[in-house]
Design a protein around this ligand. Structure first.
Ligand SMILES: Cc1ncc(COP(=O)(O)O)c(C=O)c1O
Length: 479
């Protein structure tokens, strides 16, 4: 016979002690209970309060209480039977949590390639945007209802077909939509047979590194530059050569490397635009020396003062440029859709390699994105976001100027979701600590330099912040 329910006082204190406020409410309740069961504080057979009592004691809704118990039942921690209530179903005396990871012994367990990947430190984007996390679009402004309607329509029309394995190159209507959009708005010359749909630009970089680079091959990357690219090429064993960036974008190296990675439309992170003269010279070099160029056009849609220069790919007459774009910034990051436009000679190899990696991208997401573009919602959303982000960027610059922070020098590029700002040499670490103590995230600029000649500074993300967040965050920086 099960025990009588645990008393509210015990239950409430348990919840308060174990509470993890960052989690959704249902998960907070589950986490508190799981912990108590694992530690043996709630023994096998202990009866939990009814959902009505639980809801009243914790001032939560009955629906949340019900959902929490259902989750614990699905995980096997409790059983629920009519007339018996909810009862702890496992005994775990002496259960101990796994010891915290103290680092990975790469020499003992990983391949050389694996060790190189771990040594890069990986890439992690912020899970919850707050001032001034960089690189996040404003997801509150996304037309969720339109997305929901298109999703329902696609499922109604093509449900079963979208649930099977898909074309590793990408869903054909999406490839059509991407090729049309790029030709029209970015001057990219391609047809749908050159487009490969992938889960992210990062996957594209990793795939291209695997396919095009042998250990020791030279790769030119911008200095400062994108860490995701550095990590992908570095973990393939490439020899990375940082090439300085100035107001005209990446400088011209004396000869082409096996591969050159750059962000010509809106250099990451300085915001510079690669001049036409340098574009032509780099293409000429790549043709002469047999190098590949990866053009990462990650955020050129967000240009606030003028139209961006057309993509470098449109100037390429010899099939040396691989063009990358992502939907992470223009739609939403969790969509996990990006694309590569490949010279025809590389298409088959990339598609084959893709089958070895993850097969294909989710078909339903591709079908919904294709309709979203084809029916004009994409163009509308971009127009609105350009206005919204442009006004936030202007507000940030205006507030920074009004605050007269003589130690912080913003370097506004022509667009983007964040801007670089310079700090006096040697001050980045201390100022970052002080900003952190005031609840402000200030991603590091110096971390984006590979060489010894680093510049101290921050990246200040503005696109995902409401006006009041920007005003408040600048005031806190000023204090
Ligand atoms: C230069 C650059 N390329 C690509 C990306 C990310 O794209 P994805 O989410 O598709 O990997 C970022 C993200 O911040 C970026 O800064």
């Amino acid at each position: 016979m099960p025990d009588s329910p645990i008393v509210p006082a015990l239950w409430i204190s348990l919840f308060e002690r174990e509470d993890q406020p960052g989690l959704p409410l249902r998960e907070r309740v589950c986490a508190a209970l799981r912990g108590a069961i694992r530690r043996g504080e709630l023994a096998q057979g202990a009866r939990l309060p009814s959902t009505r009592m639980l809801a009243a004691d914790l001032a939560i809704s009955r629906v949340t209480a019900e959902a929490a118990y259902a989750q614990l039942e699905a995980e096997g921690y409790v059983t629920r039977r009519v007339g018996h209530g909810t009862v702890v179903s496992i005994a775990s005396p002496g259960w101990q949590p796994a010891p915290p990871m103290t680092g990975i012994d790469t020499s003992a367990t990983l391949s050389r390639r694996g060790a190189a990947i771990v040594a890069t430190g990986g890439c992690q984007d912020p899970l919850v945007p707050r001032a001034f996390c960089a690189g996040s679009p404003d997801l509150r402004a996304f037309p969720v209802e339109t997305w929901r309607q298109i999703t329902a329509r696609q499922l109604r029309r093509h449900g079963a077909a979208l649930m099977g394995y898909g074309d590793p190159q990408g869903y054909a209507p999406l490839r059509d939509a991407i090729a049309g959009y790029l030709a029209q708005s970015r001057g990219v010359r391609c047809d749908r047979d050159q487009v490969v749909v992938l889960t992210s630009s990062q996957q594209a970089l990793q795939l291209l590194a695997m396919l095009l680079l042998d250990p020791g091959d030279t790769v030119h990357i911008e200095e400062p530059g994108y860490v995701g690219a550095r990590n992908a090429f570095g973990s393939a064993g490439a020899q990375l050569e940082p090439i300085p960036v100035d107001a005209e974008g990446m400088s011209l190296p004396s000869q082409a490397a096996r591969l050159t990675y750059l962000t010509p439309s809106h250099q990451y992170p300085t915001g510079a635009t690669l001049s036409l003269a340098r574009r032509l010279a780099l293409l000429e070099q790549a043709q002469r020396d047999g190098g590949w160029i990866i053009e990462d056009d990650y955020d050129s849609e967000f240009r606030y003062d003028a139209r961006p220069l057309p993509a470098m790919q449109g100037l390429d007459r010899h099939g040396r440029v691989i063009y990358l774009g992502t939907f992470s910034k223009v739609l939403f990051p969790s969509l996990r859709l990006a694309y590569a436009v490949l010279p025809p000679a590389l298409v088959e190899a990339v598609v084959k390699a893709r089958t070895v990696m993850d097969g294909h991208s989710a078909q339903l997401a591709q079908a919904v994105t294709a309709e979203f573009i084809a029916h004009g919602h994409f163009a509308r959303h971009l127009r609105q976001m350009r206005l919204l982000y442009g006004s936030r960027r202007a507000l940030l610059l205006e507030r920074l100027e009004a605050a007269r922070l003589d130690w912080l020098r913003p370097q506004p590029g022509a667009g983007g979701l964040q801007l670089a700002a310079h700090l006096p040499p040697g001050r980045e670490a201390a100022l970052t600590r002080q900003a952190g103590a005031r609840g402000i995230a200030t991603p590091s600029l110096s971390a984006l330099f590979m060489g010894a000649d680093k510049q101290d500074g921050w990246l200040l993300g503005f696109a995902a912040l409401q006006n009041e967040d920007i005003i408040d965050a600048v005031a806190r920086l000023a204090s």
